[in-house]
Design a protein around this ligand. Structure first.
Ligand code: SF4
Ligand code: SF4
Length: 352
């Protein structure tokens, strides 16, 4: 029995205004690959439409980037309808192979990559400086822990000067599960228990997906800050030097459009060097192509969208700065000619 929220689905009056902003529709060019088409598919499912591969592809090629929700004149929320429909289908056992494998990986290993090695390996020489209790916890995230240790080291180099520690036994925040229709209650409970163990009141993240999920799915029990917001508050204490660099900045969808964090990363960047904006930026920034499970399920589509984003890099910049490891990964793998680095790596350059 489906528990689809028909009122939310019927908020879509099928005007098609969102068709002009969906990057996936622009790429695939089938109505079913855009927000209006997906709303129609969700409606069809609520009325008994058979679920075949085309239906699954329609729902699962959405990056949850939020462009359509932001501009819908009728106040519809395609992201929430799409995620809810994915969830209802998963509960009936109807999912793509990529969804099934992703879920299996996370359940077996506690991280989205299926890694069985030590999540804290990046810490290396830091062991002695981990505090048993602290007000703030740096929530590391799966992709950072296993793929971008240099960016975690840069982040912790700075944060360890403050009342910040890490969770003794962090697991995936639950974001990939939530985005692709699965339950993440066990992960959330495990991380929340660890927060209590270290007596922390605030999560600090350097991943847009973790940031969004810690806000949306952890019952508001803890404060959540992106690392750029934390640094913005402590800029005067960091003694940063000015770098002779010009950089550009990619707004991650789940940090910017979804949670409204636009100014803090820009304040940190302009404190250390010059900033030249990408062609689309802030609430109108194009997605890197990686979100919503698309990187895992539809890698060719994801990389095609990354290439489009890379075309928006202005001339004459030294680095493309990101604030999310998934964006970093997708933009690098999309073939960026400009070096892509995390915001915290830029900050560390200014501390040397
Ligand atoms: S989701 Fe909103 S903008 Fe898109 S077709 Fe429906 S009503 Fe129009
Ligand atoms: S959230 Fe983004 S990818 Fe998904 S339908 Fe809306 S505009 Fe398209």
């Amino acid at each position: 029995m489906f528990d689809l929220d028909l009122r939310s689905i019927l908020k879509c009056v099928r005007c098609g205004a969102c068709r002009s902003v969906c990057p996936v529709l622009e790429e695939i060019r089938w109505e079913s690959a855009g927000p209006r088409g997906r709303m129609l598919v969700a409606h069809g499912i609520s009325q008994g439409l058979d679920v075949d591969t085309d239906v699954l592809d329609s729902l699962n090629t959405c990056m949850t980037c939020g462009m359509c929700k932001q501009m819908c004149p009728a106040g519809a929320n395609p992201i929430s309808v799409i995620e809810n429909t994915r969830r209802q289908l998963v509960m009936r056992g109807e999912m793509t192979e990529a969804q099934r494998k992703l879920n299996e990986r996370i359940i077996q290993s506690g991280n989205s990559l299926g890694e069985m090695s030590d999540r804290h390996a990046w810490l290396g020489g830091y062991d002695g400086v981990i505090k048993e209790t602290a007000g703030y916890v740096y929530f590391v995230g799966c992709l950072g822990a296993y793929r971008y240790p240099e960016s975690l080291v840069a982040t912790f180099d700075v944060l360890s000067h403050f009342d910040v520690t890490i969770l003794p036994d962090e697991v995936c925040c639950g974001s990939p599960l939530n985005r692709t229709g699965f339950e993440s209650a066990e992960m959330i409970t495990h991380n929340a228990e660890q927060m209590h163990k270290v007596h922390a009141h605030t999560f600090i993240t350097s991943c847009a997906g973790c940031h969004n999920t810690l806000i949306q799915n952890y019952s508001g029990e803890f404060e959540v800050m992106h690392v750029s917001e934390f640094l913005e508050q402590h800029l005067s204490e960091l003694e940063l030097k000015r770098l002779n660099l010009t950089v550009t900045y990619h707004d991650a969808c789940h940090l910017g459009r979804c949670q409204g964090v636009f100014d803090a990363p820009r304040k940190v960047i302009t404190a250390v060097c010059d900033l030249k904006e990408m062609k689309t930026n802030r609430e109108n920034a194009r997605c890197c192509g990686g979100g919503g499970g698309v990187r895992t399920g539809y890698p060719d589509l994801s990389l095609a969208l990354a290439k489009k984003r890379l075309e928006e890099i202005p001339d004459g910049v030294d680095y493309l700065i990101t604030s999310c490891p998934l964006c970093t990964k997708n933009l690098i793998e999309g073939g960026s000619d400009t070096d892509v680095i995390d915001l915290m790596e830029l900050v560390r350059l200014a501390m040397e």
